[in-house]
Design a protein around this ligand. Structure first.
Ligand SMILES: [Ca+2]
Ligand SMILES: [Ca+2]
Length: 500
């Protein structure tokens, strides 16, 4: 497959013949442009035509006050075209290494006790508004720029893959191909480890879990300190310690993970003063069983620091282990409430959920309700639900600004174990005849780079014939794939020249 990618030039663009509306736009740095080709090739061959554009090209081609404004206009023009559904910011950002720069927004929350001028807010890139009402070059300042805030766009879902070097892109690409084509077909998909180390949070974690479980039939394996199903003999005897967590993750027992606990940039703080760091990520062996995760741990999603990597980035970048999606705070994971004086008490006694917990609950609830909803769309829906709160309360504005989707927004959360279909292809003079044992909605994609691209929805695997146009050459390389919600993608590559 990779040989095809490299055989037709250094740029992949939407195949011109496609009428499909589910394209992916990757925005990346010049030095990572070629590294993204195999990822773009995989997505294109599986029905999501992918285009790579560099920050430098955007700088030259789009108007705007600065590079972030130009990137935003680039994203919006792709959203308007109706062909792009996902935007991937394919690079890390920090003051000294802005591969794909972030937009810094200004915040003052918790009664003015917590102040930042540099909250990285990727939501800005899908906003049809400027985030700068008073045009002073300070963005997202709630008191001054409130009229110019939007966090979501109905046509387009965004995520950032905070990679720095070619090897990061290669490792991440391999994990995504595995996630989409080789996902475990056993009950791995059904398990969400929902855990916490902070006792005051247990009631709201139960509220959160109850909301998710009304939309999902999977098992939530609560582990709330001394009330837990994984204890051995007495409550609390199996701690959320580093070795225990690594053991559980390496046993490929959990596909989804939520941790409610403390942390800082490179560390999750577990029970008994245990730390989980990049060193522990390197001990992970969950090959082909990659995690989707959320945590409320402070600073663990601070991808935009010159200190690198954050623990979240370690999980995403680790080859053949770790995670593929992470939503984690870029700064403090504060308990935001409309009425803190009363609501904080209710959080501890009645399990009232704060802003961060609500947003993450909504993310899981939306993403686990259907395998037809991409993880990027699930986060979009969660942010959209919270937008009315953010327009009347600076704390919720903080939540929507500081929580970014890290990972590939076009994959789904795998709510149920996927089926791996068969796919047989018979090529004749000017037609392809396919057959499959598939018994559900799926998409067939036929692609001959530079010549032909077609996607077609099917409802079952009854025999399918594709008439091929004159410019399709059966003696040139092409691929045929079957993809869809809740199935492991099958891609068959034909490379006749190679077979001679
Ligand atoms: Ca401003
Ligand atoms: Ca970083």
């Amino acid at each position: 497959m990779l040989s095809i990618a490299s055989s037709y030039g250094s740029e992949i663009s939407f195949p011109e013949t496609t009428g499909s509306d589910n394209g992916i736009l990757i925005i990346t740095a010049e030095k990572l442009k070629d590294a993204w080709l195999p990822f773009a090739h995989w997505k294109t061959s599986t029905g999501r035509p992918t285009k790579i554009i560099t920050v430098r090209a955007i700088e030259q081609a789009y108007k705007g006050r600065d590079i972030q404004d130009k990137i935003r206009h680039c994203v919006l023009s792709h959203a308007d075209s109706g062909k792009t559904q996902w935007v991937i910011l394919g690079g890390d950002s920090s003051p000294h290494l802005p591969l794909v720069p972030d937009r810094d927004s200004k915040h003052s929350v918790f009664g003015g006790r917590i102040n930042y001028n540099d909250i990285p807010s990727d939501s800005y890139y899908v906003s049809s508004k400027s985030w700068d009402t008073n045009q002073d070059g300070v963005y997202g300042e709630w008191t001054k720029d409130r009229d110019s805030l939007a966090y979501t766009h109905d046509n387009i879902f965004i995520g950032r893959i905070p990679v720095r070097v070619t090897e990061d892109v290669e490792a991440y690409t391999q994990k995504i191909i595995s996630y989409e084509s080789n996902y475990p077909s056993d009950h791995f998909a059904d398990t969400l480890l929902y855990t916490g180390t902070v006792e005051a949070s247990f009631p709201k974690l139960r509220t959160s879990w109850n909301e998710i479980s009304t939309h999902w039939e999977g098992k939530g394996l609560h582990y709330f300190s001394n009330a837990t199903p994984w204890d051995k003999e007495k409550p609390g005897d199996y701690a959320l310690s580093t070795p225990n967590l690594i053991y559980k993750l390496n046993s490929k027992s959990y596909s989804k993970l939520h941790i409610h606990g403390h942390g800082f940039l490179p560390v999750w703080q577990l029970e008994g003063k245990h730390s989980f760091t990049a060193k522990n990520v390197r001990e992970m062996t969950n090959k082909d069983a990659y995690l989707c995760l959320t945590t409320v741990s402070c600073f663990t999603g601070e991808f935009d620091s010159d200190l690198d990597p954050s623990i979240t980035e370690s999980m995403l970048r680790q080859p053949e282990a770790g995670a593929v999606i992470a939503i984690t705070p870029s700064r403090e994971g504060l308990p935001i409430f409309h009425d803190p004086a009363n609501d904080l008490k209710k959080m501890v006694t009645e399990g009232k959920m704060d802003g961060t917990t609500s947003l993450m609950t909504s993310f899981w609830k939306n993403g686990l309700s259907s395998s037809a909803i991409s993880a990027g769309e699930a986060f979009h829906l969660a942010k959209k639900e919270m937008t009315p709160d953010a327009l009347i309360h600076s704390g919720y504005h903080w939540c929507l600004s500081e929580l970014n989707f890290l990972g590939d927004p076009s994959i789904d959360l795998r709510p149920t174990p996927p089926h791996t279909p068969s796919l047989n292809i018979e090529a004749k003079e000017n037609s392809l005849t396919l057959s499959s044992d598939i018994q559900q909605t799926a998409t067939i994609t036929i692609w001959q780079p530079g010549a032909f691209y077609q996607t077609k929805e099917i409802n079952s695997g009854k025999e399918l014939s594709f008439q091929l146009p004159e410019n399709f050459k059966l003696n040139s390389p092409y691929s045929v794939s079957i993809t869809g919600p809740n199935i492991n993608a099958i891609v068959k590559n034909y490379s006749p020249a190679k077979n001679k």
